[in-house]
Design a protein around this ligand. Structure first.
Ligand code: FAD
Ligand code: NAD
Length: 404
């Protein structure tokens, strides 16, 4: 009898969690499992701000997928998914087609530029290892070039970050550590460097605990960061950005580096495949299946679930993607073996936002944390994510132990 075939798209937090949980639970001949990912490595998306600033080497944020999967139970295919043909139950990839009985879509997020002119051409986004490496190199190139030009261009030393959400703030935190190093390396007066954070909402980290936000802003301002709050990026140009407080009040900021960290959407594969979605995120059923598609699970940043308590979507986070991966694996087993599918309920343990080396803010298990305690907690969370997928050996290989 033919074994049921489960195909998992994406080896990020959601996909890898599903694959590693499944491989523990199934017998060798029970199901065929295929994991498809663009690269042969997994990267910790939650560490990409560090690789982008250059405070952590990009090889530290990634590891070989084959190191954590059991080749006797999961076949790994390195390929890029282009589209899902849900009627014929096939995945179209760059090199061919893969058929499935059950599909897990966990291909993560893309930057959401809201149609703002020039952003795609002139701004960077912290979205994968290659993008992170390019941002780091671009910043370093501008610092290296500054003293080589007869007519000094101060805009080479200006870095604009669009958005003071968690990604923007964590990246800025890393920059405050990296910039002094770059200044020392390239003989630059640190006072010439500008790090500007532009946030459209009236506060930094909108919706987060105001006391912790005040701490974060004070710490980052002390390290030289300028916040432009209630100010939106309207356009990105070859020489910088145009910002505005309203229709009339517009200003140009000249900057060689613009990093857009002002929002994400689900992967465009979803829309290309004709699956109904809002900004690439599919409002999934409680059991994580797409509406009307009983053989397709959608998890991680491509899924959307409403938090009934506040009637708003849960934010797309690694914490939720990993928990979904665990439930998705159990629900796949229920489909294969026959049984009840369970409803997914996020268990939010807290949120910690790093502010650079040995500093952070956060709420964990209902308690507010800041400073080195919060930073310690953040490293523990990072190590836990490694442990959940690859056990103690992965933590020893890739974990964060620089605990002060
Ligand atoms: P991902 O983990 O991003 O994985 C997607 C995978 O799909 C990748 O391996 C990618 O290569 C692959 N893929 C994409 N397209 C294709 C294709 N066409 N074909 C084949 N493979 C493809 N969340 C938290 O909970 N805590 C944090 O501290 C935190 N920090 C963050 C810091 C930063 C800088 C950023 C950007 C995000 C952070 N997040 C955090 C959010 C978190 O990273 C995401 O919610 C999480 O990565 C989503 O998991 P996922 O499995 O959906 O996608
Ligand atoms: P976000 O949507 O959370 O924040 C984007 C910010 O950009 C918002 O504050 C928004 O007001 C602002 N913005 C939007 N348009 C703008 C414009 N035109 N000009 C200026 N500002 C503008 O996005 P994010 O920070 O990338 O986070 C994405 C997801 O990843 C979230 O769910 C977040 O919780 C998660 N994340 C978590 C952590 C953590 O837990 N430490 C870290 C990073 C990301």
């Amino acid at each position: 009898m033919r074994k049921p075939k489960i195909v998992i798209l994406g080896a990020g937090y959601g996909g890898l969690m599903t694959a590693t949980r499944l491989q523990k639970a199934v017998g060798v001949n029970e199901v065929e499992i295929v994991l498809v990912n663009k690269n042969d490595y997994h990267y910790e998306t939650t560490w990409l701000h560090e690789a982008s600033a250059g405070t952590l080497h990009h090889d530290r944020v990634r590891y070989d997928i084959r190191d954590v999967i059991d080749g006797s139970k999961v076949e790994f295919v390195q390929d890029t998914v282009l589209e899902i043909n849900k009627d014929d139950k096939k995945v179209i990839t760059e090199t061919g087609e893969i058929s499935y009985d059950y599909l897990v879509v966990s291909v993560g997020a893309e930057p959401e530029t809201f149609g703002i002119k020039g952003l795609k051409e002139h701004a960077f986004s912290i979205i994968n290892v290659n993008a992170a490496r390019q941002i780091r190199e671009h910043i370093e190139y501008n610092f290296a070039t500054y003293n080589m030009e007869e007519e000094k261009r101060d805009d080479r030393l200006t870095i604009v970050v669009g958005g003071a959400g968690f990604t923007g703030i964590e990246f800025i935190g890393e920059l405050t550590n990296r910039v002094p190093e770059l200044c020392r390396e390239y003989d630059i007066d640190i006072h010439k460097v500008k790090i500007i954070c532009v946030e459209a909402a009236p506060m930094v980290l909108p919706g987060f605990d105001p006391e912790l936000v005040n701490y974060a802003v004070a710490q980052l301002e002390r390290k030289g960061v300028t916040f432009m709050i209630g100010t939106a990026i309207k356009e990105a140009t070859e020489t910088g950005i145009i910002v505005g407080k309203g229709e009339d009040e517009v200003e140009e900021i000249k900057a060689a580096t613009v990093v857009w960290a002002a929002g994400v959407r689900g992967n465009s594969i979803i829309e290309k495949s004709g699956i109904e979605a809002m900004r690439g995120r599919v409002k999934v059923q409680p059991d994580l299946r797409a509406p009307g598609l009983d053989d397709v699970f959608i998890i991680g940043d491509c899924s959307l679930m409403i938090n009934e308590e506040i009637n708003r979507p849960y934010p797309p986070t690694a914490q939720i993607a990993m928990q979904q991966g665990e439930v998705c694996a159990r629900n796949l087993l229920a489909l294969v073996r026959g049984g009840e599918l369970e409803a997914f309920k996020p268990d939010i343990k807290g949120t910690v936002c790093s502010l650079g080396e040995d500093d952070a803010i956060g709420v964990a298990f209902g308690k507010k944390l800041y400073g080195s305690k919060a930073s310690f907690m953040k490293k523990m969370i990072d190590n836990r994510a490694l442990y959940m997928v690859g056990g103690p050996s992965l933590v020893l290989k890739k974990g964060k132990f620089n605990i002060l």
